[in-house]
Design a protein around this ligand. Structure first.
Ligand SMILES: Cc1cc2nc3c(=O)[nH]c(=O)nc-3n(C[C@H](O)[C@H](O)[C@H](O)COP(=O)(O)OP(=O)(O)OC[C@H]3O[C@@H](n4cnc5c(N)ncnc54)[C@H](O)[C@@H]3O)c2cc1C
Length: 364
């Protein structure tokens, strides 16, 4: 049987509509018909406008960098006098799954508005939500966006405006949030499979089976201090987390400042996702000794050569990139100061270990 070419079908259809429109009718039928058509047209326009405004309203309720949308403080966990965790839930369920969209290739933040003094501050969302039954922090599973919920780990400073204001807000209070803003982008290998993170959902797993990637994963180093650790945790805990290993250097007063985030850090270490060094100033008061410990464990950089076929897990860890995140003093010691919010030349310990502008990035 011969198939009719689609163009012919379209032409015939067009002809049918065309001839029907111009067939003469008796006058009173024409008047009745034009009334019906008019009412129909108004109805159709009203309906289209109605659906258009619903669509616009729905779109404007999706998290966007161009406008603020309301989020409710759904949980608040005080860790110590300076650190706390917030779970934020959007008033309107979010359709977009930012965790799968961003993956571990994008480091992203959101902005929170303080309406009284009209300033915004950036915060780094974590793919975590509070389990209603056990009142524990749980990772948001693959394929879900938890309806748009996320967690923020925040430090308040003595004279800091926004973090102190955030901390004072009661449970259920609504705050305005916009984003996402991409702070850094790692190379994305098109068609690469996701990395599993089963161990986050099942404590019984003794070790995770290695994923059979298409391309050889690359390792990175991250130097973080204080709340700077959230940048590392975001790409380690998100859906399809970092495929290579992270050399994570974490400086803090005490690791207990992490509160409910601490078990996640040790889980990541236990399952080989990170090579962890924690430097607690409460345990080692001497700054020079702490710096010596960081220095001793700074890996040498490796040239990034782009994608190559997967040959199995990296036998020797080979970081191709160093990201630095923390207070200005810390950034300066590790990698040289940022200048006027720009990167500035690479200095500090990383420069002395052979790292350069080409493989170091200072996060803000
Ligand atoms: C991309 C990005 C992501 C961020 N993510 C987070 C996050 O997830 N969690 C978080 O807690 N913060 C995060 N920050 C920092 C955050 O945006 C605010 O700067 C911080 O909450 C302080 O704001 P504030 O209004 O309370 O203090 P401000 O009023 O801005 O500062 C007042 C004083 O507080 C002190 N202070 C402020 N920031 C620091 C600092 N970093 N180190 C030392 N002293 C400081 C200084 O004495 C300063 O003069 C992020 C910043 C950026 C740019």
């Amino acid at each position: 049987m011969k198939l009719r070419p689609p163009t012919l079908f379209i032409k015939n259809y067009y002809k049918r509509c065309y001839s029907h429109k111009f067939t003469q009718l008796p006058q009173e039928r024409r008047i009745r018909l034009s009334g019906v058509l008019m009412t129909g047209a108004i109805g159709v326009s009203a309906l289209s406008y109605y659906y258009y405004s619903i669509l616009r309203q729905q779109q404007s309720q999706e998290l966007s960098p161009t406008h603020f949308i309301p989020y409710k403080i759904s949980h608040k966990i005080d860790i110590d006098p300076s650190h706390f965790l917030l779970e934020l839930t959007p008033l309107q369920r979010q359709k977009v799954n930012l965790w799968s969209q961003m993956g571990s290739e994008h480091l992203w933040s959101v902005e929170v508005k303080q309406p009284e003094i009209m300033v915004v501050r950036s915060y780094t969302p974590l793919p975590l939500q509070v389990d209603e039954n056990q009142r524990e922090l749980k990772a948001i599973p693959d394929g879900s966006n938890g309806d748009g919920k996320f967690a923020l780990y925040v430090k308040q400073y003595g004279n800091g405006e926004v973090a102190r204001w955030l901390h004072r807000l009661p449970l259920g209070h609504t705050i305005d949030v916009r984003g996402p803003f991409v702070e850094y982008e790692l190379p994305k290998y098109e068609g690469e499979i996701s990395r599993n993170r089963d161990f986050l959902f099942n404590d019984e797993i003794s070790s995770t089976e290695e994923d059979k990637f298409k391309y050889q994963p690359f390792d990175i180093a991250m130097f973080t201090a204080g709340t700077g650790i959230v940048s590392a945790l975001q790409i380690l805990l998100t859906e399809s987390p970092l495929r290579g290993k992270m050399h994570l250097r974490y400086s803090c007063g005490s690791v207990d400042e992490l509160g409910p985030l601490k078990p996640f850090l040790y889980q990541l270490h236990r399952y080989g996702r990170i090579d962890l060094q924690v430097l607690e100033s409460s345990k080692e008061l001497n700054v020079a000794k702490r710096q010596q410990k960081i220095w001793d464990q700074i890996p040498s950089p490796t040239n990034y050569l782009g994608p190559s076929n997967y040959l199995g897990p990296n036998k020797i860890s080979i970081p191709v990139l160093a990201l630095v995140c923390g207070p200005e003093r810390y950034i300066a010691d590790i990698s040289g100061p940022r200048i006027n919010l720009a990167q500035g030349p690479i200095g500090g310990m990383l420069k002395a270990k052979g790292w350069t502008e080409g493989n170091v990035y200072k996060l803000s």
